[in-house]
Design a protein around this ligand. Sequence first.
Ligand code: TYD
Length: 147
Amino acid sequence: CIIQKLIQGKKMKIKFINFEIKGDERVSLIAIEELKNIPFEIKRVYYIFNTKPNVRRGFHAHKNLKQVAICVKGSCKFLLDNGKERIDEIVLNKPNKGLLIEEMIWREMYDFSEDCVLLVLASEFYDESDYIRDYEEFVRMVEGVKK
Ligand code: TYD
């Protein structure tokens, strides 16, 4: 499946998920359900907050992990890179907008607002061996899969 995506050599697409806002005049509510509005089983949820100004995080890809990132408060930006193309300045600033980050995508996050709470839904438990933290190695792996 990963191999297929890389071979196709299509232009990199950013995949957003727009969550339906429920509730009424008193409250807004978003419900997240695995395999319904999230395209995988959710094994882990974490959130990033209290990020200091000018901090850039991420700098890794995952071999298998899929994630959906939702900025439930404040704003932040993403850079995504599939080893051939990169898209910068992807803004997350709405609690009803999710960014799908599939396997073998390099990501960096930056420009966190002081109040930013970035919620991340993940398809796997935390596993350090799934991380690729070296960009050159990541590109080599993408190139290797293509051959
Ligand atoms: P890290 O992956 O370095 O954060 P980021 O890439 O977003 O800057 O994670 C920071 C720390 O938290 C690191 O010590 C690993 C730990 N951690 C967990 O224990 N479980 C998790 O699910 C995540 C994402 C991180």
